[in-house]
Design a protein around this ligand. Structure first.
Ligand code: SAH
Ligand code: SF4
Ligand code: F3S
Length: 476
C-alpha cells in the first residue's frame, strides 16, 4: 500500500510552487496525498517567516501533533521552507517531536531525509548556507531550487502554473527576512525556463505566472548576451498552448521601458503590474532602505500611464514601520488616493529577527496604532477598488474559468450547473453561473454587478473565445 503524505502550505507563491515540487518528488517515491494528518506517514509544513503571525500559525499547528507523534512514532513530522531556514535547530526546542527541518534550497533532499528519519529515528536538518558563511558561489549554489519536477495534479488548477525565473533577493529592505531565507538573487537560465514552459503547456497549462521576489530585476548573462524579463516574456509568449503570462512581484526602480513595451506588444502578456510602494513617505522609505523616493515611484507611474493606459497596478504597504508618524501615514493614504491601485495588500509591521531593522531601529509604533492605520488604509483602498470596478458594469471581459466559486464549493456540487469563478487578463476575479465543462476555458462574460473584490457577470452565449470554441457557449 502507498504511503500517505499530508502537507500544509503558508506564505507566498514561491511556497505554493515549492510544495508542488515536494509532492511531485514524494509521489515518485510511492507517496499519495491525504487530507487527514491522523493517518499520514509523513506530515509536512511548508512555512513562511515574513511576519510573526505566519510563524505562530505553524507552531500552533505543530502543537496539535504532539499527541499523534506519541501514538505513532513512525510518522515523520517535517518543517520546510523559510522558517526552517531561519530557525534551523531552534525549531526542535519549541517542538521536540519534529523530525525534519529543511530550508527552501534543500527541498530536493526530502525523500531521502524522510527515509533516514524513519529508519534511524534521528533528527534530520538540511539548510542552506547563511549569507556570510562561505564563498559567494557556494552560498548561491546552496540556495538553488529543483524546479523541473512538475505535477499538474498538485496545482490549484491544472491549467494554471507558477514558473520560477528567479531565486532569492539582494535588495535587503531593512524589515525583510527573505534575503536571508531565500539567499542571493539569481536568475535561472532562459533555456531552462522556456523548456519548463513547454512542459507545462504539454501538461495542459494555459496560464503561467513567472515568479521572482523582484521579478523585473531578472538578468541572465551568457557570454555577450544578457537576457532581461522583457526578452523572456517574448520567448515564453512563443510557446504554443500558453495563452496568458503574468509576472510577480516587481520592484519599482526596475520597471524599465523595455518591459512596459514588451507587455504592450505581447497580447498574451497581462498588464497586471504588482509593484509595491510600501509607504508614501520618503522618510519611511529611507528607513526601509527601499532605494527609491515617492517622486521616483511617481515617475514610474507616469510611464506606466503613458505606455500601458489599461494597466492594473497593485501595491503592498507596511503600516506602523519604525518611527512612522501620523504625517507619514497620511502621506501613504494620499499616495493610495493618487494612484488608485487595483488592490493593495496591507500589513502591520512585524519585527523579524536577523533583519537590519530588528538590530538597529526600534519597533516603536504601538500595536493599536498599527491596527488602526491598517483598518483606515484598507477601508480607503476598498472604497477605491469598489468605485473603479463599477466601470466594468455593462462591459465584456475575457475570463479564464478556474472552477466552482467559493459559494458553490461551500454548498457542495449537485450537477454540472454551478456558480463558477475565474480571472480576467488583469487578474480581476469574476463570478458567474455556468457549467463545469467550461472550467479551464476562456469565456466572454458581461459584467452586471461589482464590489471591491469581485465582478459578477453572465456568460455571453453564442460567442467563442480565442481557444477555438472547444466549449459551446450556449448551454443546453
Ligand atoms: N519580494 C516582494 C515581497 C515579499 S514579502 C517585494 O519586494 O515586493 C511580501 C510583502 O510582505 C512585502 O511586500 C511587504 O509589504 C510585506 N512584508 C515583508 N516583511 C514584512 C515585515 N517584517 N512586517 C510586515 N510586512 C512585511
Ligand atoms: Fe524583501 Fe525587499 Fe527583497 Fe521584497 S525586495 S523580498 S521586500 S528584501
Ligand atoms: Fe514567506 Fe518565504 Fe515567501 S518568508 S513570503 S514564504 S519567500
Amino acid at each position: 500500500m502507498g504511503k500517505k503524505l499530508y502537507i500544509e502550505t503558508v506564505g507566498c507563491q514561491m511556497n505554493v510552487l515549492d510544495s508542488e515540487m515536494v509532492v511531485a518528488s514524494l509521489r515518485h517515491h510511492g507517496y499519495e496525498l491525504t487530507g487527514a494528518p491522523r493517518w499520514a506517514d509523513a506530515i509536512l509544513f511548508n512555512t513562511c517567516s515574513v511576519r510573526q503571525h505566519a510563524e505562530d500559525k505553524v507552531y500552533s499547528a505543530l502543537g496539535t501533533l504532539k499527541q499523534l507523534k506519541r501514538q505513532r512514532p513512525d510518522c515523520v513530522i517535517g518543517v520546510l521552507g523559510c522558517m526552517a531556514q531561519k530557525d534551523q535547530r531552534k525549531i526542535f526546542e519549541r517542538a521536540p517531536y519534529v523530525d525534519l527541518v529543511v530550508g527552501p534550497g534543500q527541498l530536493h533532499q526530502i525523500p531521502k531525509l524522510i527515509e533516514r528519519a524513519r529508519r534511524e529515528r534521528t533528527r534530520q536538518v538540511a539548510v542552506s548556507l547563511d549569507r556570510t558563511s562561505g564563498s559567494a558561489d557556494a552560498i548561491r549554489r546552496s540556495h538553488e531550487t529543483f524546479d523541473p519536477l512538475r505535477d499538474p495534479s498538485m496545482r490549484p488548477t491544472p491549467f494554471q502554473a507558477y514558473l520560477r525565473i528567479q531565486i532569492g533577493c539582494d535588495k535587503f529592505c531593512t524589515y525583510c527576512v527573505v534575503p536571508n531565507t531565500r539567499g542571493p538573487e539569481q536568475g535561472r537560465a532562459p533555456g531552462e525556463i522556456v523548456a519548463e514552459a513547454r512542459v507545462l503547456a504539454d501538461q495542459g497549462c494555459r496560464e503561467v505566472t513567472l515568479l521572482g521576489q523582484t521579478v523585473n530585476s531578472y538578468r541572465y548573462v551568457e557570454g555577450e548576451k544578457t537576457t532581461r524579463l522583457s526578452d523572456l516574456l517574448e520567448s515564453v509568449a512563443q510557446v504554443d498552448g500558453i495563452e496568458r503570462i503574468k509576472f510577480v512581484t516587481n520592484y519599482p526602480l526596475d520597471m524599465t521601458d523595455d518591459l512596459l513595451d514588451a507587455v504592450r506588444e505581447l497580447p498574451k502578456c497581462s498588464p497586471y503590474l504588482h509593484v509595491p510602494l510600501q509607504s508614501g513617505s520618503d522618510a519611511v522609505l529611507r528607513r526601509m532602505k527601499r532605494g527609491y523616493t515617492v517622486a521616483q515611484y511617481d515617475e514610474m507611474m507616469q510611464r506606466i500611464g503613458e505606455r500601458l493606459p489599461q494597466a492594473a497596478v497593485a501595491s503592498d504597504f507596511i503600516v506602523g514601520f519604525c518611527g512612522e508618524t501620523e504625517e507619514d501615514f497620511e502621506q501613504t493614504m494620499e499616495a493610495v488616493r493618487r494612484y488608485r491601485f487595483k488592490n493593495s495588500f496591507i500589513f502591520k509591521y512585524s519585527e523579524r529577527p536577523g533583519t537590519k531593522a530588528a538590530a538597529r531601529i526600534p519597533d516603536d509604533v504601538p500595536y493599536e496604532v498599527k491596527q488602526r492605520r491598517n483598518r483606515e488604509l484598507l477601508a480607503l483602498q476598498n472604497a477605491i477598488s469598489e468605485e473603479d470596478n463599477q466601470r466594468f458594469i455593462g462591459e465584456k471581459v475575457e475570463v479564464l474559468v478556474e472552477g466552482p466559486s467559493k459559494a458553490a464549493r461551500q454548498k457542495g456540487a449537485s450537477g454540472p450547473q454551478m456558480q463558477l469563478t475565474g480571472r480576467t487578463l488583469c487578474d480581476r476575479i469574476v463570478v458567474f453561473d455556468g457549467n463545469e465543462r467550461q472550467i479551464g476555458h476562456f469565456l466572454p462574460v458581461v459584467i452586471y454587478e461589482a464590489n471591491a473584490h469581485t465582478l459578477f457577470g453572465e456568460v455571453v452565449t453564442g460567442e467563442y473565445c480565442h481557444d477555438g470554441g472547444a466549449v459551446p457557449l450556449s448551454l443546453p
